[in-house]
Ligand binder design. Structure first.
Ligand SMILES: [Zn+2]
Ligand SMILES: [Zn+2]
Length: 324
């Protein structure tokens, strides 16, 4: 499913089989999650997508061809391919073990072809072995919603009361991890979205309400998964002195002007960008221990545009997954 021009539908396109180059694998795709970032790519909200591009960066499939020099992966092995698709290994950030900030990165489904397809070529170093537990479709959302949520959760610190703004794919996984860690989760949805608030409570949220509401107790940290800059002052109001607000969005509408008093008393406002392989391996080890259960809505690959439209309109809880 190819995007040839931003703000136009993806097109079902027959392409010749591609061969993996040195250090690459070809993965036969079984399932690929649909992420809000895919919407940002399609909508032209991220700079310089490599058009034409096949979106999709929550890929679960099996290695079906190994390029020259690939070690540590086997043919037929189930792997997951995430958003971070390549790093240079030599820039200052890569050398400081902060490859999420690499100066020359490539991103799956944005600057290299992704998983809304029957096969994808991946840098073998960025294909995570997934083992055999769990279905392909249920695992797919872990590859971005789960991973970015995990990185955001680490940045949020260890405080016992955690707020999640925007209760979509990432929050529904992060809430389960936070509960497993023994934290209380406070879920903020669009005002009046009783269905999503009930969904959050079913996943163990101690409290769920509208983003315009104050939590019953001040929070130690809040993570923003909704790309709405207007939520920043609300989240700063909801955290206690010294609390931290983590923006986990790749794109956000402008932040409104706000009184400095909201940041005063050592409140912190930070963003989280991409992931490192270490985050990925750590999270994929932890996910089975935390017994994360993803809520998914599946679509045939050909219906990728319907999945994107449903995500845009908020027509389902949890995550959409395309089946190849
Ligand atoms: Zn680099
Ligand atoms: Zn994503």
């Amino acid at each position: 499913m190819v995007l040839t021009k931003c703000r136009t539908p993806l097109e079902w396109t027959e392409l010749p089989d591609r061969e993996p180059g040195p250090g690459e694998v070809r993965v036969k795709v079984a399932a690929c999650g649909v992420c809000r970032t895919d919407l940002h790519v399609v909508d032209g909200e991220l700079p310089d997508p490599h058009l034409p591009i096949i979106p999709g960066h929550e890929i679960v499939g099996r290695n079906d061809r190994l390029g020259p020099g690939v070690t540590g992966l086997a043919l037929g092995e189930r792997v997951g391919v995430p958003w971070l698709g390549h790093t240079c290994g030599v820039c200052p950030y890569c050398r400081e073990h902060r490859e999420n900030l690499c100066d020359q990165p490539r991103f799956t489904g944005y600057t290299r072809d992704g998983g809304f397809a029957t096969a994808v070529i991946a840098d073998a170093r960025f294909a995570f072995p997934l083992g055999e537990a769990g279905t392909d479709a249920a695992l797919a959302p872990l590859l971005c919603a789960g991973l970015i949520g995990w990185r955001a959760l680490k940045l949020a610190g260890a405080g016992p009361r955690l707020g999640l703004y925007g209760f979509g794919a990432a929050a529904h996984i992060t809430a389960q991890v936070a509960r497993w860690q023994g934290r209380a989760v406070f879920a903020f949805t669009r005002p009046g979205d009783a269905g999503t608030q009930a969904f959050a409570r079913r996943l163990g949220a101690a409290w769920a309400g509208g983003s315009d509401e104050r939590p019953p107790e001040p929070l130690h940290a809040a993570i923003l998964f909704a790309p709405d800059g207007g939520l920043v002052p609300l989240a700063l109001k909801a955290v206690r002195k010294g609390g931290r607000v983590v923006c986990a969005c790749i794109h956000m509408s402008d932040l409104p002007a706000m009184p400095y008093g909201l940041l005063w008393e050592e409140r912190q406002l930070v963003s989280v960008a991409n992931l490192t392989r270490e985050d990925g391996l750590e999270f994929l080890r932890l996910a089975p221990q935390a017994e994360i259960v993803t809520t998914i809505k599946t679509y045939p690959l050909r219906e990728a545009n319907a999945a994107l439209a449903d995500l845009r309109a908020g027509r389902f809880n949890g995550a959409a997954v395309l089946l190849a």
